[in-house]
Design a protein around this ligand. Structure first.
Ligand code: IMP
Length: 184
């Protein structure tokens, strides 16, 4: 394990097995349809890349990047779109692919925003769900793993842009972010 890790939470094999299950479940649910997978950059990049290889129906990709403010200051925390979709999603079956749902503020904003573009359907798939810190109710249609209220990195998730390339998910040692402005 990386020396900044406290413990490995999800091993590479465990992730692969679950991602395959999710992909197969999604393929079954969208049988006979085309799917537009919307990856939320940058964290969902690795999950999306692995997930789509287990989805046997036609899948198109697009990406959005968002930044959140004021996570620690209340549910008014605004979300800003840094990169928008390249295509019009009206009439498309859209699946939002996220790395982790924490407070739910980002997802809640994204779902509202995408819903207003009148897709044929809109569902959400997240690799990780951290329900302990939820501030707004969000519907998650596909969930890889429920994780405890700890800051986790790896398999796309970062701290200060580090650790995204780790093939497993680990709990970050608090000493690494002590003194930083991480809201954990
Ligand atoms: P939310 O709006 O609070 O649900 O935040 C979701 C975003 O916060 C995720 O897409 C991540 O970028 C980030 N995030 C929340 N918890 C973690 C974590 O444990 N590790 C890494 N990033 C996290």
């Amino acid at each position: 394990m990386h020396p900044d890790g406290e413990r490995v939470l999800l091993e590479e094999e465990e992730i692969r097995k679950r991602v395959r299950e999710l992909g197969e479940q999604i393929a079954g649910d969208y049988a006979g349809k085309e799917l537009l997978a919307v990856g939320i950059l940058k964290g969902a990049m690795i999950f999306l890349a692995d997930l789509v290889r287990f989805i046997s129906v036609p899948v198109f990709f697009d990406f959005m990047a968002v930044s959140s403010y004021g996570k620690s200051t209340g549910p008014s925390g605004a979300v800003r779109i840094l990169k928008d979709l390249e295509r019009d999603i009206e009439g498309c079956h859209v699946l939002v692919v996220e790395d982790i749902v924490d407070t739910g503020l980002t997802l809640s904003y994204l779902v509202g925003n995408l819903q207003s573009r009148r897709p044929a359907s809109l569902k959400v798939c997240t690799l990780l769900d951290k329900p302990a810190r939820r501030r707004v109710d969000v519907v998650v249609d596909y969930r890889g793993f429920v994780v405890p209220d700890r800051f986790v990195v790896g398999y796309g998730l970062d701290y200060n842009e580090c650790y995204r390339n780790l093939p497993y998910v680990m709990v970050l040692r608090p000493a690494v972010y002590k003194g930083g402005n991480l809201n954990v």
